[in-house]
Each structure stands twice: as C-alpha cells, then as structure tokens.
Design a protein around this ligand. Structure first.
Ligand code: SAM
Length: 330
C-alpha cells in the first residue's frame, strides 16, 4: 500500500472517519427523518462488521487516527459491542467515540466501557418529557436522562450533549440547557439545524449560533476554550465557575470547512468527503468484488480528491442535501 496520507487539494489532512453502522433508529426525530414512509436499507445492503473493520485498517494506514461510530442509532445494530471492542483493539487508532440517542445507554454502559469506549456524544434536544416525545416520537426522556447520569457516574468523559436548535420547538429551553453546564461536567453542544434529506421540518426560520449565544449570554461570562488539534469544529466556551462547557456547531452561519478533517463511511458503503455535498465514492462494490487493499486505498484517495473546499449550504434558501442523515452518519 502506498505510504501516502489522506491530504486533500486544500491541504487538509483527513484523519477523522465517521462511520454510520446502520441507517435504522429507535427514534424518529423530527429534524432527522420523516415520521412515516422511511425507506430502510436491507441487511445485504449495509456493510458487515468485517467489511468495516477491513476499511478501517486501510484507513489507519492512510492516516486515519480518530473514529466516531454513529448511525442511525448504532446501539440498535446486533453485535455492536463486539464490533466496538474489535475497533478499539486496532493499533493506530488514538480516539474512538460513539454518538447515540441514549435510549439503550443505561442497560449497556458496562458493555460500552468494556469495549474500550471512554467518551460518548448523546443527543438530547429538550429537558421536557412531553417535548421529548414530540421531537422524537417516543416518551423516553426519563430513560435517556438516566443513561446520561449513569454514564457520568461510570466515568465517561467528556459527555457531550447534542442539541439541535429548532426555532419554535426548543428555543425556550436554550438557557436551561446551557445552565446544565454549571451543575454537571457535560459539554453542551448547540447544533444549527441542517436541511439534509427528508424530515418533518418545514422551511421555517433557522435558529443560528450567534442568536443562541446571545440568548444564553446573561447566564454569565462566556470564556473561550481553545480547541486542541484533534477537536471538532465546535466553538467552545465555559461560563465562569461552570463545571462543563457550552459549544456551538455552526455549519450554516459560519462555515468551518477550512478546518474540516472528516471523511464519512455510510451504512451502505459509500465514502463521503463532505456531509453537506452529495458527492460519494462507492467502496462497497469494489470491496465485494474482491479488490485488493491497494485498490481500496485508491478509492479513499479519490474521495479525498473530491472534498469540496467549502459547502454550499447558505443561511438564506439553503439547498437540501440528498440522502438521510441516518444513513450518512451525523
Ligand atoms: N442516533 C444517534 C443520535 O441520535 O445521536 C446518532 C445518529 S444522529 C444522525 C447524529 C447527530 O446528528 C445527532 O446529534 C443529531 O442531533 C444530528 N442531526 C440529525 N439530523 C440533523 C439535522 N438535520 N441538522 C443538524 N443535526 C442533525
């Protein structure tokens, strides 16, 4: 295999692979999927764990050092804990994390820990039980909150709580969410809603990071926290005296493409160099046709050559990105 690293035409070093291991999910979040008529990939269409592990080993030789396992909901896929264990034993991986909706967290934290996962991102778009059911389709707030608390008690750190900020839905809770960072060591992440695939969202006004920041600012002085090399694009802050942090993922209001180090492997076996562009390279076909590691490495390079310098999503009249977030991997 060539001793080359994944460096794109803009000289960005891609060392971070997000893997969606399933497009299935036990929730139907209003901003992520339509409530009805969800087309799902068949079992044969999704990559097997063995296939994913082979691609990860190739990716690591090409400079991938950080992996996030996501979905769909990763914890609904059979065999996921064994898979996570296999992943964490691969040499060269310095950072392995998981994004989950937290529904299956409380009963499986031991298995997640034993598999070698030290940190988790959990989606939590509201602190109100009724609204949780409205956003996700299921009345499971208590169960998710219990999972978050147990994860903290078991030493997972940092625990990042992902909140997609939705005008008219959870914007009355921005301060309550931010306030959590005073009492708990959680990293609260406000995410701007992105128009990806079909969802239950209309074309209403967007709630952007500068506005969120303004609305929570009277809780205290926001002190910037410097990102370390392997950190994501979040703009990070800590309120004076707080135990945790707040951060903003502002894909629309402030593109962070110049710092993007990500590549995505979708549940259906496509390499996507940018979440917000529809370009993808099929790697499952060649993998199943018996291509060598060198040939598969070339597909990684091809994807990287197509990484756009910037995405086209704009605050005004944003185009919708094709493909569901659940299959691409958020
Ligand atoms: N099921 C897991 C979960 O709920 O965290 C992992 C998959 S989910 C697709 C990953 C992340 O994408 C979540 O934090 C979710 O809030 C975010 N997400 C999904 N659709 C989004 C959208 N349209 N705009 C912004 N974030 C979105």
């Amino acid at each position: 295999m060539p001793d080359l690293k994944l460096i794109d035409p803009c000289n960005r070093h891609l060392n971070y692979l997000r893997i969606s291991i399933t497009d299935r999910c036990n929730l139907k979040c209003m901003y992520c999927v339509p409530r009805d008529h969800i087309t799902r990939l068949s079992h044969d269409e999704i990559l097997t764990y063995e296939e994913i592990l082979r691609l990860v080993r190739i990716g690591i030789k090409l400079g991938i050092s950080k992996i996030r396992v996501t979905g769909g909901e990763p914890l609904v896929r059979k065999g996921v804990y064994g898979f996570l264990g296999e992943l964490s034993r691969i040499k060269g991986l310095t950072d392995l994390s998981l994004t989950t909706n937290g529904v299956a967290l409380k009963d499986n934290l031991e298995k997640i820990k034993s598999a070698g996962i030290k940190r988790v991102n959990i989606s939590l778009d509201t602190l109100q039980r009724k609204k949780f059911a409205q956003i996700t389709g299921l009345d499971l707030f208590g169960q998710v909150w219990q999972g978050i608390e147990m994860a903290r008690q078991m030493g997972f750190h940092p625990i990042k709580l992902n909140i997609v900020a939705l005008a008219g839905v959870n914007d009355d809770e921005l301060k309550d969410m931010a306030r959590l960072s005073f009492d708990y060591p959680y990293h609260i992440r406000f995410i701007e809603y992105m128009p990806i695939g079909d969802s239950q969202m209309g074309n209403g006004p967007l709630l952007l990071a500068p506005e969120i920041k303004k609305r929570i600012s009277d809780l205290g002085t926001l002190i910037p926290v410097r990102n370390s090399v392997n950190d994501g694009p979040a703009q990070r802050y800590r309120f004076e005296g707080a135990r945790g942090e707040v951060g903003f993922i502002h894909a629309l209001s402030h593109h962070f493409c110049d710092r993007c180090n990500r590549l995505r492997l979708t549940a259906s076996g496509q390499l996507r160099p940018c979440l917000l562009s529809d370009h993808h390279e099929d790697i499952k076909g060649p993998l199943r046709r018996g291509c060598s590691d060198d040939e598969l490495a070339e597909i990684f390079f091809r994807a990287v050559r197509h990484k756009p310098s910037d995405h086209n999503l704009a605050v005004h009249n944003p185009d919708r990105v094709c493909g569901q977030m659940s299959a691409i991997g958020g």
